[in-house]
Design a protein around this ligand. Sequence first.
Ligand code: CTP
Ligand code: CA
Length: 228
Amino acid sequence: AGAGALTQDLVGRRVVISAGGTREPLDPVRYLGNRSSGRQGWALARVAAARGAEVVLVAANVDLPAPFGVRVVPAGTAEELRAAMLAESADADVVVMAAAVADFRPETVAATKLKKGGAAEPSAVPLVRNPDVLAELVTKRPAGQLVVGFAAETGDDAGDVLTHARAKLARKGCDLLVVNDVSGGGVFGRPDNAAVVLAADGTAGEELQGSKDAVAAGIWSAVAPRLS
Ligand code: CTP
Ligand code: CA
């Protein structure tokens, strides 16, 4: 964290951060999930607490101990994460959606374990859309609250990473969007990270690189001056 560890620019601020990846159950023992480790959201919580904030971490399947001074609220599924974020964010100054929320969940959850053989053997899994937590937080935010989204993007024929990110920012309506370029094989589970913070008008900040703590420090340095 370097000089960031001495900064106290979040004293008196209440921040709520989601981290990890949701798991959507299929039966009592199986789920649809993703590879998010929760390390970037965890680093954001740790750094915010070190800089003086009161921090709540809504953790979806994060296999890490609670950062010092941070209150952790566990959430397994997208619906649980939505409920926790709505409850915790009501009086927050900043809300950060760093979690990888599953876009879809199995339409039905079998009450008993799905077994091989017989007529009940599944050949496909019908999926339904999960709620968009970030979009809902933006709609319901109280005056003065800053809502920060995350996006992992790749460049393709339709546009480069920032083009896709700016379209997502406009669609979501959040105040800031942290963009990870995952074209080169992805950042999931790696200790190091690279990100750019986009402001609501699409302006890109300097590229943040290094450990997830260093990237977290850069993100808070982009957020703190925007707090009212
Ligand atoms: N997000 C959310 N609820 C969802 C899906 C995503 O709150 N159901 C949030 C993520 O936490 C992240 C942001 O939205 O902060 C962008 O996530 P991303 O998956 O990139 O966006 P999507 O709108 O799901 O678009 P895509 O179809 O590209 O996955
Ligand atoms: Ca998604």
